[in-house]
Structure formats: structure tokens, C-alpha cells
Design a binder for this molecule. Structure first.
Ligand SMILES: NC(=O)c1ccc[n+]([C@@H]2O[C@H](COP(=O)([O-])OP(=O)(O)OC[C@H]3O[C@@H](n4cnc5c(N)ncnc54)[C@H](O)[C@@H]3O)[C@@H](O)[C@H]2O)c1
Length: 254
């Protein structure tokens, strides 16, 4: 028996065009860097003006805007078309968290988190689909969380928003699967990023204190989530759609 050595090991991403939201954050930055390394042209979007610093090569165009606004989603698509001619990949990564019990939470708290995490994801998917369906292909990767699967105190609205993302991912996968669209999600465990900045005193140390909750014995790094995102966007994941991949050091295996 012969071993076939003519196997395509590439990710098939060279020359593709992606939109990445939350691109000024840690997972976002790592994702942009990895996509660029694979030859992808990127619209890097964030509410923080610092996202503009990523636009140092002709391969990245920055967009400062609020993902929860319809206009931002439309602008992201317009920029992708204007600069790079199409949209092949959408990474819905922008997110905010909130540590409050149900009884402490106001309507404004609820709406604020849902607007960014759930509505922002929906708006970008809707706008990107208009182009992807025309072209007959597209890969959507949404960033969910382990709290879409397990209950954790103080995470009510964050968990609800991430659960919404996981379900939306499935619906998009079944609605548009036969028209060339794949939609998947990655659900990270605790990852050492700036997500708690401004919420607790030493945010990185707080996140690191979750090490023991992960069977692997440590929290994750942004680059480890970026690798899953890029895999899901690539041709290596051509038969995966509607899935939420747990990238959680075994957290949800317990
Ligand atoms: N860090 C973790 O432990 C963890 C775990 C599970 C899931 N996640 C998810 O990973 C994603 C990335 O988060 P991160 O950990 O890199 O944190 P981060 O805070 O470093 O990055 C999040 C980015 O989203 C941006 N953002 C927030 N609100 C926005 C808005 N309205 N419009 C545009 N951009 C906005 C922020 O400015 C920030 O740059 C989020 O969706 C988060 O919920 C993180």
C-alpha cells in the first residue's frame, strides 16, 4: 500500500479577506496576527481607537466603531469591499463581560452586554451574509464562552449572551449551509487577556487565579484561541459547521 504524499497541508487562506471585531483586544490581536501570517487581508474593528495601530501594513485596514451599531457593521463590509473586493471570513470576537448576580442587575446592565455580545454578532453576520451568499462561500467564527454550556455564579447576562451566540451559530449553519456558508463558534475557558481591565484591580492576576479550575492546570493564552479561530475559518474545517468547539483546557469535561 502506498502513502499519498500529495496532501494539501495549507490552510487555504492566502488572499482571503476577513473582518475581525474586537481586534484591539488580546484574542482579537492574536487572531489578526495569525490571519495576516496566513496571507489574509483584514478589516480590524474595535471601539478602541488603538485598533488603528494594527493598520501598519497594507494588509490591515482599521475601523473604529461600536459593534452594537448597525452602521458599524455596514461600514465594515463597505471597507472590505472598497479595499479588498470581498468578504470571505467574519470573526465576531468583540465582547464585554459583567460580574453581577441576577438580583444586582439593572435593565441597562442587561441591555448593554446583550447589545455588544449578541446584537453585535447578529448585525455583523447579517451584513456579511449579504456578500458571502452572492459569492457562494463564507466562513463565520463567533467567540462564545464556556458559560454558554455551564452555569457560573455572577455571569447571568454574559452567559445568556454567549448562549445566544452559540444558538445563533447553529441557526446560521443550517439556514445557509447549502449555499456555501459555514458558521462555527469557539468557547474559550478562562484566558489571560484584558477582559477584566477596569473591572477588578489586578485583572491579569485575577484571571491567573482560575488556573486550578482547568484540568490542564492553567488558564489559556490568547494565541491558543486564535489558532482555533483560524482553523475554523480555514479549509481544514471544511466539514465543520454549526459546532461550538470548546477551547477550555478541559473545563467543561468535568
Ligand atoms: N478572556 C477570557 O477569559 C474569555 C473567556 C471566554 C470568552 N472570551 C471572549 O473572547 C472575546 C475576546 O475577549 P478578550 O478576552 O480578548 O478580551 P479583551 O477585552 O482583550 O478584548 C475584547 C475587545 O472587544 C472590544 N469591544 C468591547 N465592546 C465593544 C464594542 N461595543 N464595539 C467594538 N469593540 C468592542 C474591546 O474594546 C476589546 O478590545 C470576547 O468575546 C470574550 O467574551 C474571553
Amino acid at each position: 500500500m502506498q502513502i499519498n504524499r500529495n496532501i494539501d497541508l495549507t490552510f487555504g487562506l492566502d488572499g482571503k479577506v476577513a473582518i475581525v471585531t474586537g481586534a484591539a483586544g488580546d484574542i482579537g490581536k492574536a487572531t489578526v496576527a495569525l490571519l495576516v501570517a496566513h496571507g489574509v487581508k483584514v478589516i480590524a474593528e474595535d471601539i478602541k481607537p488603538a485598533v488603528s495601530e494594527l493598520a501598519c501594513t497594507g494588509q490591515v485596514v482599521a475601523l473604529v466603531g461600536d459593534v452594537a451599531e448597525e452602521e458599524t457593521a455596514k461600514r465594515a463590509i463597505a471597507l472590505a469591499l472598497e479595499h479588498f473586493g470581498t468578504v470571505d471570513i467574519l470573526v465576531n470576537n468583540a465582547g464585554r463581560t459583567m460580574n453581577k448576580a441576577v438580583l444586582e442587575m439593572s435593565v441597562a446592565d442587561w441591555d448593554g452586554i446583550m447589545a455588544v455580545n449578541a446584537r453585535g454578532t447578529f448585525l455583523h453576520i447579517r451584513e456579511a451574509l449579504r456578500i458571502m451568499l452572492d459569492r457562494g462561500n463564507g466562513a463565520i467564527v463567533n467567540v462564545s464562552s464556556i458559560v454558554s454550556e455551564v452555569g457560573m455564579p455572577q455571569t447571568a447576562v454574559y452567559a445568556a449572551s454567549k448562549g445566544a451566540i452559540a444558538q445563533l451559530t447553529k441557526v446560521v449553519a443550517v439556514e445557509y449551509g447549502n449555499r456555501g456558508i459555514r458558521a462555527n463558534a469557539v468557547a474559550p475557558g478562562v484566558v489571560e487577556t484584558g477582559i477584566l481591565d477596569g473591572m477588578v484591580e489586578d485583572s491579569r492576576a485575577t484571571l491567573a487565579s482560575y488556573d486550578h479550575l482547568h484540568p490542564i492546570g492553567r488558564v489559556g493564552q490568547a494565541s491558543e484561541i486564535a489558532r482555533v479561530i483560524v482553523f475554523l475559518a480555514s479549509q481544514h474545517a471544511s466539514f465543520i459547521t454549526g459546532a461550538t468547539i470548546m477551547a477550555d483546557g478541559g473545563y467543561t469535561a468535568q
